[in-house]
Design a protein around this ligand. Structure first.
Ligand SMILES: [Zn+2]
Ligand SMILES: [Zn+2]
Length: 322
């Protein structure tokens, strides 16, 4: 790598470090010091070449953001072409050991595969919307039916995972044409990882999905046999729904907050992990008017903090006379 290129690479890494600082409240001071002293290329060679994962790698792994690790940054971006195969293999080894589903940047893979950054545009919101399109039967796409795997949607409907993902990605990219050649859809693919992360199960064809009865999940004080309340819980725990609502809410508002008490948990608790405080509630006026075939839309849902959600359910029970 020549000097001017190394300088650009160093700037790129500084920006990624700033992203980690902004989003994870993690200040990679040692990494920045190395960048300042040796530049990007030498720093990355040293970190990736080291036998053990660096402290930064471990920190990012804990935050679920290995996409910001130097290992992922050399594999998954156009910078891949400046690194030799031995270093790339070492980066792959570390990421694999951490169960991170990396995707080699397409320029190097010599194919028409889309880079990981692009595939990740298919957020849980778009994946959920794609599933709804398949459920309605009103969808056309260039994907074949799946030969090996099924994605399980709410009500146990089965759809081809790769086609669902392709349609979701096309929507996320404003209708761009997405074809089977653009990404892989097998057990170790990023496509499957993102579908699962969106709340869907993917099983080999012919296998039954381990059934998760939403009504059996622990919820303090829900009277058994109270059909109205049980159906409420079932609806708000449908596969993919909560993740889709949260992704949409974040897209529209920039962050997750409680729609009832306005709590902004990430700011209040100082960590992205506090997003777990926000739950998705199925607004009840809708639920009570719904037939069994009603298709929930994201507008039927509210983002509530766990406290408000509990209270709202409690009020529901009072209403129902439980
Ligand atoms: Zn609240
Ligand atoms: Zn609820």
């Amino acid at each position: 790598m020549d000097k001017a290129t190394d300088e650009r690479f160093t700037v790129f890494l500084r920006e990624k470090a700033a992203e980690a600082k902004r989003e994870l409240k993690y200040d990679p001071r040692q990494f920045l010091a190395m960048l300042g002293a040796d530049g990007g290329y030498a720093t990355v060679s040293k970190l990736v070449g080291g036998r053990n994962p660096s402290d930064g790698f471990v920190k990012l792994w804990e935050s679920g953001r290995l996409d910001l690790s130097v290992e992922a940054l050399v594999l998954e971006t156009e910078w891949i072409r400046f690194f030799d195969e031995q270093l790339l293999k070492e980066a792959e080894r570390k990421l694999k050991a951490a169960n991170y589903p990396f995707v080699r940047h397409a320029a190097n893979a010599g194919s028409e595969r889309l880079p990981a950054d692009t595939l990740k545009k298919a957020t849980p919101e778009y994946i959920w919307r794609a599933v709804q399109l398949f459920r309605s039967g009103n969808v056309s796409h260039p994907f074949g039916s799946s030969t090996k795997y099924d994605l399980i949607a709410e009500n146990g409907d089965r759809f081809p995972p790769k086609a669902i993902f392709g349609v979701a990605l096309s929507m996320a990219l404003d209708g761009a044409v997405i074809e089977p050649k653009h990404f892989s859809g097998d057990e170790t693919s990023l496509c499957f990882a993102l579908l699962r992360d969106a709340g869907y199960q993917i099983v080999p064809k012919g296998f039954n999905a381990p059934s998760l009865d939403p009504a059996s999940l622990p919820e303090q004080g829900w009277a058994e046999g109270d059909r109205k309340l049980v159906s409420h819980l079932k609806r708000e725990r449908a596969a993919g729904l909560a993740k889709a609502k949260k992704a949409q809410y974040k897209r529209l508002h920039g962050k997750l907050t409680c729609e009832r008490c306005r709590l902004d948990p990430v700011t209040a608790f100082g960590t992205e992990l506090a997003e777990a405080c926000i739950e998705v509630h199925h607004s009840t006026t809708h639920v009570s008017q719904m037939g069994a075939q009603h298709m929930t839309t994201l507008d039927d849902l509210q983002c509530l903090c766990a406290n408000c959600h509990r209270l709202v359910h409690r009020l529901l029970r009072e209403e129902a006379g439980a």
